[in-house]
Design a protein. Sequence first.
Length: 423
Amino acid sequence: MRGGKRPARPAWSAVSASAAGPTSAAVSASAVRALLREPGQELAPADLAAAAGIRSVEIIAWRDLGHPEAGGSELHSARIAERWAAAGIDVRIVASRAQGAQRRANRDGYQVARPAGRYSIFPAAMMRRLVAAGTGSARPDATVEIWNGMPFLSPLWAPQPRVVLLHHVHDRMWDTVLPAPLAAAGRLLETKIAPPLYRRTRLVTLSQSSKLDIVRRLRLDESRVDVVPPGVDREFVPGERSEHPLVVAVGRLVPYKRFDKLIDVLVELKHRHPRLTAVIAGEGFERTRLERLVASRDAGSWLDLPGRVDFPTLLRLYQSAWVLASSSAFEGWGLTISEAAACATPSVASPIAGHFDAVEEAKTGFLAEPGPAMLERLDLVLRDAALRGQMQAAALAKAHTLSWDGAAGAILRILAEEATLYR
């Protein structure tokens, strides 16, 4: 649920080569490997990429940030891509094309290619690379696959160096988006068929709790799974707080977000806090059902479903909220939690992998299942001003530890490590 053009950011590649260390032309693969083994020794992003032989990167994803259903995964890949492009890397995102969308686009310094539709993108991504190899066309120096439920099976067709970004295991999430037979097939592919193909591929995920879940469910070697926390856009800053209790939730209106459960919680919370208002911002195919649920609870006068909002509106919602609520059943991190935290807004979120890292229990917020437990935690945050103030400060401090520059640099470093092995 990402809308609106955000202000331009300073170039990630602003650090000069001379300030960072040896220039790329003078650094051999063995020297790069030696530097990568020493955390205190780092090259500037442009030099690191050049020294590792990474002049171009192709990111294979289900959707790009321009897709109407774009969410946290698409925001993550976009923020990484724009910083790599700022470092002089030729970056292309290959993703599905929504109805009416352009086949090609340029965005924030990187290219976007949309060769196929929602489901045909999976075979199309493989075929375009195989055709290019067969005709002798140039291939990218490195590949990044975004494994978002349905894998692209890149180990079968994308040579090393190759890195896979896997935010979380979908598992039961298949049941919320597909009919039973197809859901079973998707779960089988994700958890049984695909994992053996990725055993020699470096994986990156956003949180330690997601890593533990990935290792356990997909039976992958934990040494091949790296944790790189996401960043948070610096345009998210504290602002004026609402005078009355306001609970905000942000996300696509889809079953796994469990906004129906959150609505039930909010209705009960209203009985305890008569001046309460709430906003669930986002768009999705569950909108009609959720609107009917709000109407059936006679909550339409104080619980708003505004749809997809632009950035200024999103910023105001985070700033004015007393607390953010997230009832999601699956997340790799929960970027809305960190965006709200950057606005000094604590969260009450479901206790799932990803949220375990995004929220520091009883410090930046609470973890509670949507239902009676979430009701009690939301009630506590709303009625205890001293506690809320402490959580606001802690949430803001935690958000300041998250950086897109740091995330992009860490993933590039992993890609460079893989590249030096195959030079």
